[in-house]
Write a protein that binds this ligand. Structure first.
Ligand SMILES: Nc1ncnc2c1ncn2[C@@H]1O[C@H](COP(=O)(O)OP(=O)(O)OP(=O)(O)O)[C@@H](O)[C@H]1O
Ligand SMILES: [Mg+2]
Length: 485
């Protein structure tokens, strides 16, 4: 649930919950003080004061009996006082009327005696009559005195006065409502703020950790609200930051390795050149033949360094993507045929056999930069020539056409590469032979450059090999639908 919705519901609850609670509170008050409340609320129904029968029924029956048998006894104050004292209800009392005169009033109900009591002939039960500020219930019985005067006797029940009622209940109601409103507010605010503060606290702890460089933790929220999304976005950010720091670390490590490798690869031939030059200077090369050999070695080392620097330069340009590519739509078959023809001429003096195997009616057009692809393929094929120890080196180039790409595979019959090394041969400066002499080992950049070039063409490159059976290097190029040259 969104925070906005939650706040809206909580605000609505802050209005409605107190209303419901106040209603419940009133029900509770009614259960406790029902009869008192009835006196003021349910006009027309008997209040607590005196139920029609109730606890004073016995006294009333005696009064009725006396009225019919010896009515004059109802003028006997002592008798009536004794009955009054027998009344059970605290606020009950007796009034006796003879003609228009009140002849007896219990001390409890003096107010009623001054008021207007029901006239003769209204015998029965009157649930509510107000005398002064108090409600009364009236039980009336009419009779005749011996002299024929009309007589009425009343049993009255007295309710609490409104000020009394108000004094008792209003503070209760007021305190109750205030308490209910305050408690609901506190409770709802706590619940809502807890659901908001928990993720905020989580975020602040996480931000703290990140500022201390600690990124090895995981934040997750299953809540769908804005803060839940923020927590998850924060964790994505942390993961990306960690990833980029790791990448930076890796780059930094690579850079250090690169510098170390370059220094090493340049240092070795330089040391050799220095050695031979010093030999010449010191007159160690004292014959023409020796001098020529020294100069040839110096030349070879210098050439090696020149090539290494060229390759390094190319590799670093490819690495930072600053080498321009001139892509064109090229029909693959004639391109490969021309390239291999040239290569056969270049390798004419070596015993190398290069075959091209293509599917029938190969008419694929691919997007490539001719010079760069030739360089990549040269790097692969010259490896085959270089590493194949057999007398007859056979290289087979085959093409497989797929839906949106073509796969070009170059296999040789050389020593192959152990399976665990297959991944590594594309790494820069990686050479399987530890010996770094000029004859077998190159700089270790050839396949790294080839891989960079293929990746720049949107293709992939990989190697398959079974030791002793040769190495197969495959790469893909994107096919173009409309044909061109
Ligand atoms: N056809 C192959 N047969 C056997 N091993 C190979 C073959 N091609 C590559 N390798 C192995 O993979 C390593 C990496 O090759 P890569 O071409 O990158 O470097 P290199 O040939 O040593 O140096 P460079 O190509 O820069 O002169 C080589 O040192 C070699 O051990
Ligand atoms: Mg090579």
């Amino acid at each position: 649930m969104s925070i906005r919705k939650r706040l809206f519901i909580s605000n609505a609850a802050m209005v409605f919950m107190p209303i419901v609670m106040v209603m419940l509170y009133f029900v509770f008050l009614h259960l406790l003080f029902g009869s008192e409340i009835n006196t003021f609320t349910n006009h027309g129904r008997p209040g607590w004061a005196t139920p029609p029968a109730g606890p004073n029924q016995a006294v009333f029956t005696r009064l009725e009996k006396t009225a019919s048998l010896e009515p004059e006894k109802l003028l006997d104050m002592a008798f009536l006082d004794s009955l009054t004292s027998e009344l059970k209800a605290k606020h009950a009392g007796i009034i006796v009327r003879k003609g228009d005169h009140i002849v007896y009033t219990s001390a409890n109900v003096k107010e009623a005696a001054n008021g207007k009591l029901p006239a003769f002939g209204h015998e029965g039960y009157l649930p509510m009559a107000w005398f002064g500020h108090r409600p009364y219930t009236i039980r009336q019985h009419d009779f005749f005195f011996k002299d024929g005067t009309k007589g009425s006797l009343f049993l009255l029940g007295k309710g609490g006065s409104f000020p009394e009622f108000a004094r008792t209940f209003f503070p209760l109601i007021f305190i109750g409502i205030v308490l209910i409103v305050v408690l609901t507010n506190v409770l709802l605010s706590y619940l809502v703020s807890r659901s908001i503060l928990k993720p905020v606290r989580q975020l602040s702890t996480a931000a703290d950790k990140i500022s201390r460089g600690d990124l090895d933790f995981h934040l997750a929220s299953n809540k769908k609200d804005e803060l839940g999304k923020l927590v998850n976005a924060f964790d994505d950010m942390r993961a990306k930051l960690k990833e980029s720091l790791e990448l930076r670390e890796k780059y930094e490590k690579n850079r250090r390795e690169l510098v170390a490798n370059i220094s090493h690869d340049l240092k070795t031939p330089i040391t050799a050149i220095l050695g031979y030059v010093e030999g010449i200077k010191d007159g160690v090369a004292n014959t023409e033949e020796k001098l020529q050999r020294y100069l040839d070695t110096i030349h070879a080392k210098a050439l090696y360094m020149d090539r290494l620097i060229d390759e390094l330069f190319l590799y670093s340009k490819l690495d930072v993507k600053s080498l321009p590519f001139h892509f064109e739509n090229v029909r693959l078959l004639p391109f490969l045929e021309d390239y291999l023809e040239e290569l056969r001429l270049e390798l004419a003096d070596r015993q190398v056999q290069i075959d091209l195997r293509v599917p029938d009616a190969l008419d694929a057009v691919v997007l490539l930069d001719r010079n760069h692809i030739i360089r990549a393929m040269n790097n692969i094929i010259y490896n085959s020539v270089k590493y194949t120890d057999k007398e007859n080196c056979r290289i087979q180039v085959s093409v497989e056409e797929q839906v949106d790409k073509v796969k070009i595979q170059i296999c040789d019959n050389g020593p192959g590469v152990p399976p665990e090394e297959l991944e590594n041969i594309f790494q820069r400066f990686y050479r399987i032979e530890p010996s770094r002499n000029l004859e077998t080992g190159g700089s270790g950049l050839g396949l790294a450059i080839a891989a960079q070039i293929i990746e720049a063409h949107g293709g992939t490159i990989w190697a398959d090999s079974r030791p002793g059976e040769g190495l197969c290097l495959s790469f893909t190029l994107q096919k173009i639908c409309d044909q061109g040259d």
